[in-house]
Design a protein around this ligand. Sequence first.
Ligand SMILES: Cc1cc2nc3c(=O)[nH]c(=O)nc-3n(C[C@H](O)[C@H](O)[C@H](O)COP(=O)(O)OP(=O)(O)OC[C@H]3O[C@@H](n4cnc5c(N)ncnc54)[C@H](O)[C@@H]3O)c2cc1C
Length: 456
Amino acid sequence: MPAEVVDAVVIGMGPGGEDLATRLLRAGLSVVGVDGRLVGGECPYYACVPTKAMVRAAGTLAEARRVGDLAGSAAVTPDWSIVAARVREEITDNWDDAAAVEKFEKAGGQFVRGWGRITAAGEVTVATADGERVFHANRAIVLNPGTAPQVPALPGLADTPYWTNREAVAVTEVPESLIVMGGGPVGVEFAQVFARFGAKVTVIASHLVPQNEPEAGELLAEVFEAEGIAVRGGHGTAVGHDGSEFTVELDSGDPVRARHLLIATGRRTDLTALGIGSLGLDENAHGIPVDDRLRAADKVWAIGDVVGHGAFTHMSMYHSRIAAADILGTSSETAQYHAVPHVTFTDPEIGGVGLTEAQARAQGLNVRTGFTKLQDSTRGWLHKAGNAGFIKLVEDADRGVLVGATSVGPDGGEVLAALTLAVHAEIPTATLRRMIYAYPTFHRAIEAALDALPAS
Ligand SMILES: Cc1cc2nc3c(=O)[nH]c(=O)nc-3n(C[C@H](O)[C@H](O)[C@H](O)COP(=O)(O)OP(=O)(O)OC[C@H]3O[C@@H](n4cnc5c(N)ncnc54)[C@H](O)[C@@H]3O)c2cc1C
């Protein structure tokens, strides 16, 4: 079959792929966008967007439940049908990407629904419902395959009706009881959402949010306990399902039982399916190695989750800008990862940027830390309003700059912006100490954390 010749083929139309394809179109290139699922990728249909709608709804319930402490009385009756309808109708368009496809095509792109793989240098073969199509890309092949849920090989699990994030965002009823396997951002966000809507939730995880400072996981565990969410340490060793109830055996004690089971134990990409072996790349690796312009091989770029610098939508978009500019030759910007921000949208929100204290010490830096609890430094008098949180700063004392920071609290993700700027721009800590921090904002706790940082 003769190859259709174009300038660029983008395999995987996640946030970065869609953005990059559009940038190339705007520059006048002919672009084919390929996706086996939905244009937009995981984020708008199964991940960031529907989960944040759920978080917002659950947070509203929690806020209403504080009325008794602060403002009088309010009767709160959770109704999941409102959340389910919003996710289905307003947010995911019933998991239909017609609008996104139309937008891409109106911009001049050619969309092909199917699974793409590299079959030779410059060549992509797409398996569609109507057979294979072959494209030759003159200027660029871009790989943006993202990640899929990683399901552990536990005895019994494969035969059960477990959920991953893809099923959990689509539920129409709150589970009566739920086991969440995994304490990372995906697991803890779903755990708190469903618990606030009335589910009896047990999280199985040795540590909560382990990619953050340990104080964040410890505080979240306290909050979970106060909200009735059980946290069981250890690992699941086997899973059973008797037709109505799951049983998860644990290496650390008694089994856990619940009506539903959510697997949130990480993400993976099937590199073999992408055909990167034909480029001489390791298909058994954890991700695709790239240089600082996201180049994976001659005329091949890889962006997003698969590159392994953080599985975040903002990372995929950041990569898109750099790779697109490199393809077009319009900029020589290179990717830098010293100030990657990330937010877990629990209540309290957990924001982090740069290195944790342990990571900084492992790099051999001369580390100093500053720590303050929000309730000790700002708005302590509003404690009942649910403002548990803290700021932790990690300084490279030799250079006098922050190399990492954590901001936990009601607006932890927003407060993180100031800290991200400080880490990104390597603003001297002495300069940060001389700033004026408005009272009584949550970000004012940054000043208290700076006060707690030993001076040179
Ligand atoms: C529950 C959950 C909540 C999250 N919340 C947040 C959040 O709040 N903030 C945040 O920044 N991040 C969040 N993330 C992470 C975020 O969803 C991803 O980092 C983001 O989607 C960026 O991924 P990507 O562009 O690399 O690819 P993806 O979004 O994963 O898209 C990749 C696309 O490639 C397609 N594809 C793969 N292989 C092929 C192939 N061979 N041929 C054709 N198509 C292919 C897939 O079908 C998919 O559509 C969350 C993730 C989960 C699971």
